[in-house]
Design a protein around this ligand. Structure first.
Ligand code: AP5
Ligand code: MG
Ligand code: ZN
Length: 218
């Protein structure tokens, strides 16, 4: 597989495993991951101008306005490390974002990780994230060796502010309303690749690798 030139977007509901599978692909194949959610959370933590603007939106589980989101992705995609390859994790999330992306970058595939709503709540309420390196854990499906401590860097694990049940429900309804239409959008452009996101992460990763290999040869 030519990972030197592979521009992908990862679609799917909250908790589908976009971050988990992106990180596996980054570690194993070296593709850079661009996560808009991670960028917004970093801005909130650092209390930048952007962070102050988006803080309450993230806490409520809504979507950040298109113009802000498009601007940060456009800027990030101008860096040299993502000239040939990238995974966009969590962008685009609206038709307007997808139309904007089409104007400033080409795309090899839109990968949609399918997971049912009832599994999502289980995944997100058990999620823990490393404050230092961003590694993703789950209390049941991927517990750290020592509770509260990152296996990789020893950093502290925390619960994301938007993983509370009411906020997850708001994120899910934003997903169904604004983001799910992108599945049809990319299907029409013949770049949609659907992956069952419900098995364990290793199985999902292997299905992704085998399907993307075939898909890009077409
Ligand atoms: P973002 O950070 O992108 O959140 P999200 O889309 O809700 O997705 P998550 O990160 O919650 O889920 P994931 O699919 O990455 O799952 P993960 O791998 O962690 O966005 C946050 C917020 O930022 C948004 O609400 C919005 O406000 C804003 N935002 C971001 N992008 C935006 C945009 N483009 N436009 C506007 N606003 C934007 O896995 C979840 C859990 O499940 C983990 O515990 C993991 O260990 C476990 N798990 C994962 N896969 C498996 C598996 N196969 N088997 C068992 N357990 C698994
Ligand atoms: Mg994520
Ligand atoms: Zn860590």
């Amino acid at each position: 597989m030519n990972t030197q030139s592979m521009k992908l977007i990862f679609l799917g509901p909250p908790g589908a495993g976009k971050g988990t599978i992106s990180k596996m692909v980054t570690e194993r194949l070296g593709l850079p991951q661009i996560s808009t959610g991670d960028m917004f959370r970093a801005a909130v933590k650092e209390k930048t101008e952007l962070g102050l603007k988006v803080q309450s939106i993230l806490a409520a589980g809504g979507l950040v306005p298109d113009e802000l989101t498009i601007a940060i992705v456009k800027e990030r995609l101008s860096w040299p490390d993502v000239r040939q390859s990238y995974i966009l994790d969590g962008f685009p999330r609206t038709i307007a974002q997808a139309d904007a992306l089409a104007e400033f970058s080409e795309l090899d595939a839109a990968v949609d990780f399918e997971v049912k709503d009832d599994l999502i709540l289980f995944r997100l309420t058990g999620r823990r994230v490393c404050r230092s390196c961003g590694a993703i854990y789950h209390m049941v499906t991927k517990p750290p060796k020592v509770e509260g401590v990152c296996d990789i860097c020893g950093g502290e694990l925390y619960v994301r502010n938007d993983d509370k049940e009411e906020t997850v429900k708001a994120r899910l309804s934003a997903y169904h309303l604004e983001t799910e239409p992108l599945i049809g959008y990319y299907n029409k452009k013949n770049v949609l690749l659907t992956i069952d996101g419900s098995p364990d992460a290793e199985t999902v990763y292997n299905a992704f690798i085998s399907k993307i290999g075939h898909f890009l040869k077409k």
